[in-house]
Design a protein around this ligand. Structure first.
Ligand code: G
Ligand code: G
Ligand code: MN
Length: 537
């Protein structure tokens, strides 16, 4: 028993493992097949409905035929009942009855009961008088063939109506998987001329024959599926078209969900399965190496591929339109993580956001939780937007920035120098910080044109009240040089690589991380400052 439970559990784990690991191709395939099946199902249902409607329509058609064909016989019935009696020979009466039979379609025998109880028939050769009740009755196929018996109100007149024509009509309707029967009382008459007890069929369509006395109805039984199949053959083209439309629709839907290819799908799954996490890289003062902030950098630990390079998946996420959910997820995760850390007052938490995200009013709500958490710690949220994807006029970003600013959010222009941002651009959007791209620092020693140009632009940025952060600082020489040049905030491997929260916390509180030690050993100025900022931890 326990063993079986264990097996079931094991199977469940195996199955859920499979489901999680399903390749995007399989998901595509399943989605396609699913929508194709759905389309086919819908079509079949529609066809089945159509088949059902056709059954009813055929039954109604036959009911109308019955009314038309039987109308003369019904009309003549009162005349039969009032044929003058000339007993005992009833010669005259017979002649009149015979004439009625002759003139009325389908009628083959007429009988009249005389007032004295005797009866008179239209056919001298017949010795039967089918009088009495009920008003309408089947006569089984004898030597004369099947017939319908119509009786007058007082039971003193009867007409025998040949049912050959009805049999022909029923045979005609029989094709195409449809079978009709005509029900009178407890008996049903079918195309082969046989009578069967009524209700033997589970009636599909039941069309009462109106305007005839006696309660006659047409019952239709059809194999609707047989009809569907017949129609299906005719509509095979339509079916294929529906499949095609279903497939196109499925791929559209998948695109709508932001899934365009395998890696897009994996990013969505990565968010769902919480495979993304944050690394924190310190931002320090140039003068003392004091940590005044961090930049949050997204990392992805893929279950199969291991750590994915962020410059790859960030671009994929941006292209797939998934950067917003990814950033939203990171904001939530980082909020939870930083909540546990004591931060120095005025500490800046830099988060990279895509420019499209800045144009979405929802960004304000996305930041709210983190803002509340940082407010308690007197820390500041700084959003970094890359210069490579410039903010566009009229995109609504200005309104969003304005609302964020009211909540105390600061703005950094990231990768400055890689695009064409100028003073006007900086002022229009009201950036608080400029983060200089790594190339600027690597070009420092070379005294190349690029370094100089950037130098000039950076100097003027000081004039408009924008603070500069230089990133990519890897050596003590670079640090000294930048400090001498008047740059105040630095970021780079020399101070600290992007690291997990635990490492960052240790780095911040006790400086026991290698990079920090290295930094303290190599820079006496920083060492002094670090002594000073001991109060930070
Ligand atoms: O630290 P790393 O080499 O992984 O960073 C590569 C680039 O990816 C950086 O330029 C950084 O701006 C960008 N980046 C890292 N995390 C995020 C993120 O969460 N959102 C956005 N939009 N960009 C990010
Ligand atoms: O969003 P931003 O481009 O500012 O992200 C910083 C990026 O630069 C990250 O990819 C980070 O790993 C990288 N980085 C940080 N410090 C250094 C450094 O000193 N040298 C180099 N080459 N890359 C760095
Ligand atoms: Mn950045």
């Amino acid at each position: 028993m326990a063993e079986r439970a264990f097996m079931i559990k094991k199977f469940g784990r195996w199955l859920s493992g499979r489901a999680v690991r399903l390749r995007p191709g399989a998901v595509y395939g399943l989605a396609m097949a699913g929508s194709a099946l759905l389309a086919m199902g819908a079509l079949l249902l529609q066809q089945w409905w159509a088949a059902d409607a056709e059954l009813a329509a055929r039954a109604q058609w036959l009911a109308r035929q019955l009314v038309i064909q039987l109308a003369p016989a019904y009309a003549v019935l009162p005349r039969v009942a009032s044929v003058a009696a000339d007993a005992p020979g009833c010669l005259l009466a017979r002649a009149e009855l015979a004439s009625i039979v002759q003139k009325t379609p389908h009628v083959r025998y007429a009988v009249r009961r005389l007032p004295d109880g005797l009866w008179c028939g239209s056919d001298l050769a017949r010795k039967d008088a089918p009088l009495g009740e009920p008003r309408l009755q089947w006569i089984p196929a004898g030597e004369r063939g099947p017939a319908l018996l119509l009786r007058g109100e007082a039971g003193n007149a009867a007409l025998e109506v040949d049912a050959g024509w009805l049999q022909a009509l029923l045979s005609q309707a029989r094709q195409g998987g449809v079978e009709l029967q005509v029900r009178v009382g407890r008996e049903q008459f079918s195309a082969d001329g046989a009578l069967s007890p009524a209700r033997e069929w589970a009636d599909r369509a039941d069309a009462p024959v109106q305007s005839l006395a006696g309660g006659m109805a047409v019952v239709a039984r059809g194999d609707a599926w047989d009809l569907v199949w017949r129609n299906g053959e005719e509509h095979l083209g339509v079916l294929l078209l529906a499949l095609l439309v279903g497939a196109v629709l499925a791929s559209r839907l998948l695109r709508g969900a932001g899934v365009r290819n395998a890696s897009d799908w994996e990013i969505l799954e990565g968010i769902r399965l919480q495979e993304f996490f944050a690394h924190y890289q310190p931002v320090v003062t140039a003068a003392g190496g004091e940590c005044v902030g961090v930049e949050v950098l997204a990392r992805w630990r893929h279950p199969v591929q291991g750590n994915v390079r962020s410059d790859l998946f960030i671009q994929t996420a941006i292209d797939a339109g998934l950067i917003v959910p990814l950033t939203r997820y990171l904001l939530r995760r980082v909020t939870g993580e930083l909540r546990q850390v004591v931060l120095p007052p005025g500490f800046m938490v830099g988060v990279n956001v895509a420019s499209e995200h800045l144009a979405m009013p929802g960004l304000v709500d996305d930041c709210r939780e983190m803002l509340e958490m940082l407010k308690e710690k007197q820390a500041v949220l700084v959003l970094e937007v890359s210069e490579q994807t410039p903010l566009r006029e009229g995109s609504g970003a200005l309104e969003v920035i304005r609302s964020l600013r009211r909540l105390g959010v600061k703005l950094t222009l990231d990768d400055f120098g890689s695009g064409y941002a100028d003073k006007a651009y900086l002022q229009r959007w009201g950036f608080d910080y400029l983060k200089v791209e790594k190339g600027f620092v690597s070009a420092l020693g070379l005294d190349c044109l690029r370094g100089n140009v950037l130098d000039g632009r950076l100097m003027s940025s000081g004039l408009i009240g924008v603070q500069v952060i230089v990133k990519g600082v890897e050596t003590q020489g670079q640090q000294s040089y930048l400090n001498m040049k008047g740059f105040e905030l630095l970021q780079g491997f020399y101070f600290g690589k992007p690291m997990t929260l635990n490492h960052f916390r240790q780095w911040l509180y006790s400086g026991i991380i290698d990079d920090r030690q290295h930094f303290l050993r190599r820079s006496p100025a920083a060492g002094r400052a670090a002594g000073k900022d001991g109060g930070v931890s």
